[in-house]
Design a protein around this ligand. Structure first.
Ligand SMILES: Nc1ncnc2c1ncn2[C@@H]1O[C@H](COP(=O)(O)OP(=O)(O)OP(=O)(O)O)[C@@H](O)[C@H]1O
Length: 264
């Protein structure tokens, strides 16, 4: 049984000048789904997510979030969304708790509640010692944990994650994977973009493959396997994106690297 329709993209297009980045995406996402949104570099994944978040204008087609057309001008749907951006310009001069209180308030949270939850969540991620340290002193993985907390602090119904595990160690990755499964089991919807294929394979209950701004595959991992007769998601990805060239490209690359040093 399908839950409520949370996202609906209808013939979504986007051009940058003469470049057609999204060429007609149709996609319905239902409550509780964990969508792995994958595709080659430059396929248009971040562009799709930013359109749904209301960060990019000028698209064609229709985008509905929680059943509401986002072009209607009512931004209240954003309070029910959490977002982990690919490249967060985190506010490096703020401390972890200041940053989380700030973003919590942006989502309409009461300051005291934001602070209380932020401190508890930082402790859970082993950041209890650095609650009042500036983000500029944090490692990549520590910053990533703060971004993940900031996307969840207001208990959103829909979560957009752009390469959320980047920089995280194996133990932290396991925790995040488990958090995502538990959130989905409780009816939250997760839209997850990553290049780490074995994680996408494990975490998603539906995989959507974007190539050149169009959806070329959409189904569970088992359905994609059935269709392409390949074993792993990385192999399916290679096949469906028509890629067989990695050895040749690597050979040419190494040859060029060695040019001029007497080894070529
Ligand atoms: N502001 C912009 N102006 C012009 N072109 C842009 C802009 N933003 C993105 N593009 C182009 O749109 C295409 C899709 O970019 P996008 O960031 O959505 O890809 P992606 O699938 O998220 O890639 P990656 O896997 O590398 O993160 C790329 O060709 C990119 O150069």
């Amino acid at each position: 049984m399908k839950g409520e329709k949370i996202l609906s993209l209808q013939n979504l297009t986007m051009n940058y000048g003469i470049k057609n980045v999204l060429t007609g995406i149709d996609l319905d996402v239902f409550q509780g789904q964990i969508i792995g949104y994958i595709g080659p570099n430059g396929a248009g994944k971040s562009t799709t997510v930013k359109i749904m978040l209301g960060l990019i204008d000028g698209y064609g087609g229709k985008v509905e979030v929680f059943g509401q057309d986002i072009a209607s001008g009512d931004p209240s749907y954003k309070r029910r969304i959490g977002y982990v951006p690919e490249n967060a310009e985190a506010y490096d001069n703020l401390t972890a708790s200041e940053y989380l209180i700030f973003t919590g308030e942006l989502y309409g949270m009461d300051r005291a509640l934001a602070e209380e939850k932020a401190i508890k969540l930082l402790h859970e991620f082993d950041l209890g010692e650095v609650i009042h340290a500036r983000l500029s002193s944090f490692s990549k993985g520590m910053k990533q944990k703060v971004l993940i907390i900031s996307s969840l602090l207001h208990d959103p119904d829909l979560l957009f994650l752009d390469e959320p595990l980047s920089g995280l160690d194996a133990n932290s990755m396991m925790i995040i994977q488990e958090i995502l499964s538990q959130l989905a089991a409780q009816g939250k919807t997760i839209f997850y973009s990553s290049h780490i294929m074995d994680l996408v394979e494990k975490i998603s209950n539906r995989i959507v493959l974007l190539v050149n701004g169009k959806v070329v595959a959409d189904g569970s991992f088992e359905e994609l396997q059935e269709r392409s007769k390949e074993g792993s998601l990385a192999q399916i990805f290679n096949q469906l994106t028509g890629f067989t060239e990695h050895k040749n490209i690597a050979e040419r690359f190494v040859t060029i690297v060695q040019e001029g040093n007497g080894n070529a």
